[in-house]
Every structure is written in C-alpha cells, then in structure tokens.
Design a protein around this ligand. Structure first.
Ligand code: SF4
Length: 271
C-alpha cells in the first residue's frame, strides 16, 4: 500500500535492513509489556516494568544477530536509548492500568484462509475479553498518534486483525484499540461487519495487485515521507539508484498465497 518497490526489496529480494535503535526500542518495549502480565496484578508496577527492560534487551539482542553491535560499545547512546524506553513505559502507565487488566491472550499468532485460498496471518499484541465475551484487540505503537488524515491507514492493520479473528473464531471484535506510547494517545474504533467485508475486499485486491506486479516485474517506486527512513534509497530509482535485477523466482516467492501484517515479533515495524 505504501511503496510497491519497498515491498519487492523486503519480500521478494529479502534484502536485509539495518536495525535502528528506535525499532529495537519498540521491540523491547513490546516484550516488556507482554512479560509484565506474567506477574500477579498488584506487582505490575512501573518499577517492575522498568526492571524488565535490561533482561528483555539482552534476550532480544541474543536472538537477533543484526542487533548484536547496535551500539557498538557507545555507552552514552545505550543510556539514552534506555531512557527513551523508560519514558515510553512511564507514558503507558498513564494510559492503562495493568493491575486492572487481565489480557486473555498476548502476542497471539492468528491465521485464517479466505474462500479464495488466500491465507492471512499476523501477530496481535493483546486480546482482552470482557465478562460478557466482548473482544478488544489492542496494538501498541511506540510512535506518535497519526493525524486524522492518516488514521484510516493506521486502522487498516487493526481491521486486518479483526478480519482474521472474525474468520477464525466467528466472533466480531467489539473494539480495536491503538495505544500510542510516543504521544500518550489511544485511538479506538468499533468495527462493523461491513467494515470487515470491505477490508477483505481490499486485501484481496491488494493481493491481486501484488501477483500482477510479480508477473509483469513492475514494482513502482512510490516516494513519500517514508523514504527518509528507507534503507533502500541507494538502490531506488526515485533517489537516483538502480535496483538489482528481480530474482527469477519472484512469482514463486509471492505465490502461496499468504498476506501478513505485521512483521513477526522481534522486528517491530511501527517503530
Ligand atoms: S526510498 Fe522511498 S520510493 Fe524508494 S523504495 Fe524506499 S520507500 Fe519506496
């Protein structure tokens, strides 16, 4: 949806991207918010969450080769990074009270196959289920809340999750909740069946466009503000670069078919 050429570099060519401190922070903060709920409710304090940061960082770093030299011995950069993570956690405690929450599921993998054979899958940060059985889908974002103009884009990911859950479990989630730790704002949406049917149509259309792009080997660059953070600028024609030849098995690489949002845990793309 954002840039077909970026999709190609990531999904078809699978060109590795440099890890950024912000993305690593997002991954670690997500891990802390998941693990915090292992503790009994009264012990889920900001201090407990802060104490989880270092061990979670060590775990994530050990599991992700690219992160091993992220700070390269720069103690000041590491300290600044850690302070930023603590600030995100502190802001979250101002928005939600974990001593009063009992998530039904955390970091849950969901997958379903649509009637045309397309498989959808993703990881949901948190699922809350009320005593009346109402489902709330929660996603943490370490960035700032989008302006109204970009809200629809942010909600697409949530509607995608809601669609997968609906098709998988036969229940329509009642609330989709985006928690923006960067700005301390919460975006809530109450999806209706018609929303999710429209999302399903959109996902199918996107998949058809991806297959068409693979068949035609036509992956257009779509420059935007995203380019500022894009690792692929040196090979992007929109920035004077030349892409490498598309792998010969591009069509096989997109066939499956599978659509997924977002990246697996360990690589938090929202950051
Ligand atoms: S630099 Fe911009 S236009 Fe080029 S691939 Fe990245 S996001 Fe797309």
């Amino acid at each position: 949806m954002q840039c077909p050429l970026l999709y190609r570099f990531r999904v078809i060519d699978r060109i590795p991207e440099r890890p950024s401190p912000a993305a690593a922070r997002g991954t670690v903060v997500h891990a802390v918010l998941e693990r915090l709920f292992d503790l009994p409710a009264p012990q889920r304090t900001l201090q407990a969450a802060t104490e989880l940061l270092a061990p979670q960082w060590e775990r994530v770093r050990a599991e992700t080769d690219e992160l091993s030299e992220l700070f390269d011995g720069d103690a000041d950069a590491m300290a600044e990074w850690l302070t930023g993570a603590e600030e995100l956690l502190a802001r979250w405690f101002g928005m939600e009270d974990p001593t009063r929450l009992e998530p039904a599921e955390r970091e849950v993998y969901v997958e379903t196959t649509l009637d045309d054979g397309l498989t959808l899958r993703g990881y949901i940060d948190r699922l809350d289920v009320s005593t009346a059985g109402l489902i709330r889908v929660v996603d943490y974002k370490t960035g700032r809340a989008p302006s109204e103009v970009f809200e629809a884009k942010a909600l697409f990911q949530m509607k995608f999750y809601a669609l997968v859950l609906w098709r998988l479990r036969g229940r329509l989630p009642s609330v989709l909740q985006l928690v923006y730790l960067g700005s301390g704002e919460i975006l809530r949406y109450h999806p209706e069946e018609s929303d999710l049917l429209a999302t399903e149509r959109k996902v199918k259309a996107l998949w058809a466009a991806i297959e068409r792009a693979a068949r035609m080997d036509d992956w257009r660059a779509s420059p935007s503000r995203l380019c500022e953070w894009c690792d692929h600028r040196p090979r992007c024609p929109a920035h004077g670069g030349t892409p490498p030849p598309t792998p010969l098995d591009a069509l096989d690489r997109v066939s499956g078919p599978t659509a997924s949002v977002p990246l697996p845990p360990g690589l938090d793309e929202d950051a």
